[in-house]
Design a protein around this ligand. Structure first.
Ligand code: GLU
Length: 310
């Protein structure tokens, strides 16, 4: 297809670069709804701070954003409780898998960072703040719809239910944190909210649009609306860089050089500060649980644009 803009040409070139790898990696198989996703799909979208958009492949196909949601719940929680959040969750890479429990005991129930599951549960607890889970989930959904400027974003009920049916490890983490007094709401309510946020279904175009404020100092460049303050934006980007890919965060920084957050649904949101927000989706995962082809695509994009922050 003839590209209609330089950015579209860029994305088509990236798509060409990863073509030989399409379908590689293993789709997450801990729940049926993820296990049956065709690993050959690939979507890529970008949204620049100047308002240009481009997308290729399966960019309109919705997928389970899973842990990419942790970026948005962190933003929401920082808006709600501010720096007080940092008394309850750390800012160091964990060097452990996403669902690891081992550090929690030694560190007295203060999770290493907001992007491992333990930390995300604490963040979700801060959002919940005594309200029923349905109210918090509705708030998170409305937030994503507003950021993406698209009402066609949903919570996939089947995924949410399967997460609940199989979420024994998350339940263990939540109970353990609660035992240290670092969850304020009932464990069941925190988990229900968390499982629903993981089950948010979005496509690459929506995800790139929703992340755009992170590329623009916390202000949505298209509406002028301030989502979060500039300092928090820098910090969220720093955490995405250092902790966004679990124990493979160092490798992602090395290869791509952009703040990014992955999810086991195969999505990655990457931020090129002051330039663009990029979302990629390819369901096959590498050993660390990050999209294998998605990371290759971002590596190619970063090389072609020179957008690495380093
Ligand atoms: N729902 C998954 C879990 O909490 C999310 C993991 C991920 O995307 O990294 O186990």
């Amino acid at each position: 297809m003839t590209p209609s803009s330089p950015h579209e040409e860029l994305l088509q070139n990236v798509q060409q670069d990863i073509r030989a790898h399409l379908g590689t990696g293993r789709v997450a198989d801990y729940i049926p709804a993820l296990a049956r996703v065709d690993p050959h799909q690939f979507g890529l979208a970008l949204h620049t701070c100047a308002g240009e958009r481009a997308s290729v492949g399966d960019c309109a196909q919705g997928f389970s954003i899973q842990s990419v949601s942790k970026v948005f719940t962190l933003t929401l929680a920082l808006g709600r409780v501010g720096d007080a959040l940092w008394h309850r969750v750390g800012r160091e890479p964990s060097g452990s898998p996403f669902n690891s429990i081992v550090q929690l005991e030694r560190e007295h129930g203060i999770p290493r960072n907001p992007f491992i599951n333990a930390g995300a549960l604490v963040v979700t607890d801060a959002i919940l703040a005594g309200r029923p889970p349905q109210v918090a989930v509705a708030e998170i959904l409305a937030y994503l719809r507003e950021l993406a400027d698209d009402t066609d974003i949903t919570v996939d009920r089947e995924v949410a239910q399967s997460e609940a049916d199989t979420g024994f490890r998350n339940a263990s983490l939540a109970n353990f944190i609660r035992a240290f007094g670092n969850l304020k709401n009932p464990v069941g309510e925190v988990l229900e909210t968390y499982f629903n946020q993981c089950a948010l279904r979005m496509n690459c175009v929506q995800l790139a649009r929703a992340g755009l404020f992170l590329a623009h100092g916390g202000v949505d460049p298209l509406t002028g609306h301030r989502v979060v303050d500039a300092q928090a934006t820098r910090r969220i980007n720093a955490l995405m860089m250092t902790c966004g890919h679990y124990d493979a965060s160092g490798d992602f920084a090395f290869r791509v050089g952009l703040p990014g957050k992955s999810g086991v649904g195969g999505g990655i949101l990457a931020i090129a500060p002051r330039k663009a927000s990029i979302a990629v989706w390819a369901p096959g995962l590498n050993e660390a649980g990050n999209s294998l082809v998605g990371a290759l695509a971002l590596e190619s994009l970063s090389r072609r644009t020179g957008w690495s922050v380093f």
